[in-house]
Design a protein around this ligand. Structure first.
Ligand code: DAH
Length: 455
């Protein structure tokens, strides 16, 4: 349907399982903080819309379901957009109290140094059995609090200003008592703080400085996900800014009930592995994870302590603009991107660099999940279609694509847009002839596929 073969061809790469790959090392470091949790690391990426959306309570008009955001293979089959697609099945199999799922996930998205259409997430969950607690003569909250005692303590400052739940902003689920939700949330927060403190201490050590520039600080921020309530994001103050590291919450009870484990209650979280690996190693460009260049791969070892990545070269960039009129019917359609400064002005090469479209969680992909919006499923122009064509033509030779100008003609009402493509290889210097040819092919495909008129 809308899944190019270039995307399908990444499926066998399984970067998170490659020995000594930075994503593998990051995954294992996180796994080491969840002893006893069962790991699932080779779940196949092609799933049903039922698994990816319905089982998690995504409303039917949620923007995440649209063809502009998600790779469809047919009407009911997609490349998973998140590891949460496996939550319901894993709960149903009921093999362990805690689990971690690491996997490749796929999203049609902007092109820049922190976004790639294939990336990796880790999902974790911990549940308890109500009846089991009763059999032990304890309340569920008691059992959970006893388990919380086993989590290692840390001495990092944590800001958590909000109540565990709030009727409008972050509601308690009807089927949970206040005491239960508080116990689950508290276990959740201590577990994730422990993991994040471990990661960021390692990241601080990797910088090679004896004492970090500022002490580690973390904070809990209220959030919204269709599959948890109450929900939060965990942010870490890192190199001068608050970074969203993960999303989490108390699992929506209908997910567990529908998975035939109605007696279980618990929490879940999800995070983006590239984002964490990028800050752990100071990796400046997400494309590097896909590199087969020894100068990249040889810098990482599962045996060694984590050390900063040393960029092996910075080849020159070459930017080219493409301007076109949208088809007249599509002037008001999707892809309402913010206008970025020209690529050359961009000093932010961190994993938090913002992107134009918003459809998914910041914590896991760099972008927020907005609540359900009534966006037509097939709006006639969407920026992600431009991104897809750029990916198809240029592969990893395009560093970023950004909207630099747009206006509506006052008389005809037609809309014109200008995108700037920054061409740069991570491995060699591109020739002029090469970038010109890529750009010409891109221009041709924009006309052919999107029916735009070049200016
Ligand atoms: N699936 C979410 C995403 O891709 C991340 C996430 C958030 C997973 C909260 C969870 C969770 O399990 O509880 O943005």
């Amino acid at each position: 349907m809308n899944t190019p073969s270039t995307i399908l061809s990444t499926i066998p790469r399984r970067l998170h399982l490659q020995p000594d790959h930075p994503l593998t090392i990051t995954r294992k470091l996180i796994e080491s903080r969840f002893p006893g949790y069962k790991t699932h690391n080779d779940l196949f990426p092609i799933v049903t819309t039922g698994q990816n959306f319905d089982s998690l309570g995504f409303p039917i008009d949620h923007i995440g379901r649209s063809r502009t955001d998600t790779y469809y293979l047919n009407k009911e089959t997609v490349l998973r957009t998140h590891t949460s697609a496996h939550q319901a099945d894993t709960f149903r199999n009921n093999e362990s109290e805690g689990y971690l799922i690491s996997a490749d996930v796929y999203r049609r998205d902007a092109i820049d140094r922190s976004h790639y259409p294939v990336f990796h997430q880790m999902e974790g969950a911990r549940t308890w059995d109500r009846q089991q607690a009763e059999r032990e003569g304890k309340t569920l909250a008691q059992v959970i609090s006893e388990d919380e005692e086993k989590i290692p303590k840390h001495n990092v400052s944590v800001e958590d200003p909000n109540p565990t739940f709030h009727a409008e902003r972050n509601p308690l689920q009807k089927c949970h008592s206040a005491e239960e939700a508080i116990a689950i949330s508290s276990h959740l927060k201590r577990s994730l703080e422990d993991m994040v403190v471990t990661i960021f201490n390692a990241a601080n050590n990797a910088t090679g400085k004896a004492t970090p520039d500022e002490p580690l600080q973390v904070r809990w921020v209220e959030a919204y996900f269709p599959f948890t309530s109450p929900s939060w994001e965990l942010e870490v103050f890192w190199q001068g800014e608050w970074l969203e590291v993960l999303g989490c919450g108390v699992v929506s009870q209908p997910i567990l009930n529908n998975a035939s484990v109605p007696n279980r209650v618990g929490w879940a979280f999800g995070l983006g592995l590239e984002r964490i690996a990028m800050l752990l190693y100071s990796i400046p460009d997400i494309r590097l994870f896909w590199s087969k260049d020894k100068r990249f791969l040889s810098q990482f070892s599962e045996q060694d302590v984590i050390r900063r990545f040393v960029p092996f070269s910075k080849h020159p960039a070459c930017f080219k603009d493409v301007s076109f009129w949208l088809r007249s019917s599509s002037s008001a359609a999707g892809g309402a991107a913010a206008i970025h400064p020209p690529a050359g002005d961009m000093s932010d090469n961190s994993p938090t660099a913002s992107s134009a479209q918003s459809s998914n969680s910041m914590a896991t992909s760099g972008k927020p999940i907005p609540p359900a919006a009534s966006v037509p499923l097939s709006s006639s122009f969407h920026e992600n279609d431009v991104m897809e064509i750029a990916r198809e033509v240029c592969g990893d030779l395009v560093e970023d694509v950004r909207l630099t100008d747009s206006f509506v003609h006052p008389k005809t009402g037609r809309k014109s847009v200008c995108y700037r493509l920054n061409y740069r290889s991570l491995e060699r210097t591109l020739t002029n002839k090469e970038t010109n040819e890529l750009h010409e092919r891109l221009r041709g495909l924009l006309v052919e596929r999107l029916g735009v008129e070049l200016r």
